[in-house]
Design a protein around this ligand. Structure first.
Ligand code: MLC
Ligand code: AMP
Length: 480
């Protein structure tokens, strides 16, 4: 089987049921099926076949969905790219994944671009003979800088996506009666695999928003009456701005609010319960593994924890000396299961380093397990920063800063932020005169907006260990 077989439970078997709403457009599952078949034919006419890569650089829109489903039908591997990325970040992905083309709104420099505003409209839907797609075949390559080094492409197979979908549909009771309000971006696994995949396989109706704009949410709730809503913690923090009467009304149709991708502060969970009348279900996932651990749908959703391993997932907590952690002992979380990716694209060494001898993936997340089995995340092994649910690898920003003639040393750290969880701050040593406004402007042009340091601190030198490693914890204390 492959994920198309699960989608066909709705695309073919629930053909007349409403599948996707976006703005004024409403499409049934049958219409989605025809549109994606036409798109597959179009891609085939451009020479795409099984194993080729198609980049998608778009915010949430119908074309994203059409081309995504079309690629899955053809066995073409999708490479979603964060719409907030700039040339430098996009080039890295293009050079690495070597897509045959990129689907985008505007022409991108160094690669063939399929422009969504110039798509042909008269294509028949008779697809060429479809290839045989196995569960182990790659469905997507999603770039992430979660573990070490620069951003790497996690290769996710049809089996990985199917395991994730079946787990969540079962454990969170997602059915065709559900109505999912989806504002999370489809270019990340939270919106894509938990949002779109689960709704499409279960036969639920999805209202897709181009992106989250929390001021618009009350109207969306009022017109769509969602039963299901996913957010990163920043979304829930922003939602606390709505007055109590609005919040209570918004909560009325919903049966499940889910949070993930970054830690949900327990206080936000408490305040949300008070305003919206719901206990948010917090769960833990990664691009490389899809969803791993989840608080229960039935039973205690314990604040500050991420709950229990999902079906099929083996988890162990490994202490620095290599032994297994006991109750409440901290160590790195290792995971193995049908949801876990098999490799980073074109990176044998990084792949080998990411797994232990027993085939467990080393997540880089530190964790503990309580006596009654609840997992709690205790931070990251690396200095990864997560802001608004987007990952920031400090070294990438540091490297960019060091490329500037006016900077001789740079260190980037994450500082706590009430709304976005963390924000990047840069400490720099200047080569002579330094114009901070000009430096910020350069960052803004070269880096995704969420990576631009919110503050630059000029130093005479950076604190270093005897071995020359920058002591980031010392820098952090300077900001207290
Ligand atoms: C933000 N912007 C977007 C966007 N998110 N544009 C297009 N699509 C999106 N999804 C733009 C805004 O328009 C704005 O641009 C700028 O970025 C800053 O946005 P903001 O509205 O000021 O930010 P904020 O209120 O802080 O809210 C941001 C947010 C966003 C929470 C909506 O951070 C977000 O969508 N986060 C989700 C990240 C995510 O899906 N992570 C999952 C990773 S998978 P301008 O031009 O107005 O400045 C993973 C595994 C797992 O981690 O466990 O799930
Ligand atoms: P990404 O690389 O974008 O897939 O981000 C994955 C990382 O997000 C994980 O390794 C965790 O560090 C973090 N994460 C995901 N869910 C949670 C959660 N519920 N609580 C804390 N951190 C989380």
């Amino acid at each position: 089987m492959n994920i198309n077989d699960l989608f066909n439970l709705s695309l073919i078997d629930r053909a007349s049921k409403p599948a996707l709403l976006l703005g004024k457009t409403s499409l049934s599952f049958g219409e989605l099926d025809v549109r994606s078949s036409k798109t597959a034919k179009f891609l085939h006419s451009l020479g795409f076949s099984k194993g080729d890569r198609l980049g998608i650089y778009l915010e949430n829109c119908l074309e994203f969905v059409d081309f995504y489903l079309a690629c899955l039908k053809l066995g073409v591997i999708i490479v979603p790219i964060n719409i907030l990325y700039r040339d430098r970040e996009i080039s890295h992905i293009i050079n690495d994944a070597q897509p045959k083309a990129i689907l985008a709104k505007e022409k991108l420099g160094s690669v063939d671009t399929i422009l969504i505003d110039e798509l042909p409209d008269a294509i028949d839907s008779s697809i060429p003979a479809l290839p045989n797609i196995n569960g182990d075949d790659p469905a997507a390559i999603i770039y992430t800088s979660g573990t070490t080094g620069t951003s790497k492409g996690a290769v996710l197979s049809h089996h990985n996506f199917m395991a994730n979908t079946m787990n969540l549909n079962t454990c969170w009771k997602i059915t065709e009666d559900d109505r999912l309000l989806l504002g999370l971006p489809l270019f990340h696994v939270h919106g894509l695999a938990n949002g779109m995949h689960c709704a499409f396989t279960a036969g639920a109706t999805t209202k897709l928003l181009p992106k989250f704009e929390h001021q618009k949410l009350p109207a969306e709730f009022e017109s769509f009456h969602p039963t299901l809503f996913y957010g990163v913690p920043t979304v829930y923090v922003r939602m606390l701005d709505h007055p109590e009467t609005t919040a209570k009304k918004m909560g009325q149709s919903v049966r499940l609010f889910v949070s993930g991708s970054a830690p949900l502060p327990p206080q936000v969970m408490t305040d949300f319960k008070e305003k919206y009348g719901h206990t948010i279900l917090e769960r833990y996932g990664m691009t490389e593994t899809l969803m791993n651990i989840s608080n229960p749908y039935v039973g205690e959703r314990r604040p500050g924890t991420v709950g229990f391993p999902l079906p099929g997932l083996s988890a162990k907590i490994v202490k620095p000396d290599g032994s297994l952690a006991g109750t409440d002992e901290e160590g790195e979380l290792y995971l193995k299961g049908p949801n876990v990716f098999s490799k980073y694209w074109n990176r044998k060494e990084a792949t080998a380093a990411a797994f232990d001898k027993e085939g467990y993936f080393k997540t880089g997340d530190m964790a503990t397990i309580s006596e009654d089995g609840y997992y709690t995340l205790r931070g990251r092994k690396s200095d990864l920063i997560i802001s608004g649910g987007f990952n920031i690898y400090p070294r990438e920003i540091e490297e960019f800063l060091l490329e500037q003639d006016e900077i001789s040393e740079a260190a980037v750290v994450g500082v706590p932020d009430k709304v976005r969880g963390e924000l990047p701050v840069a400490f720099v040593v200047a080569n002579g005169q330094l114009d901070l406004a000009a430096l910020e402007d350069k960052c803004r042009k070269a880096l995704a907006s969420f990576k631009v340091p919110r503050k630059f601190v000029i130093k005479d030198s950076l604190p270093r260990t005897a071995l020359g490693k920058v002591q980031k914890h010392v820098l952090k204390t300077e900001l207290d």
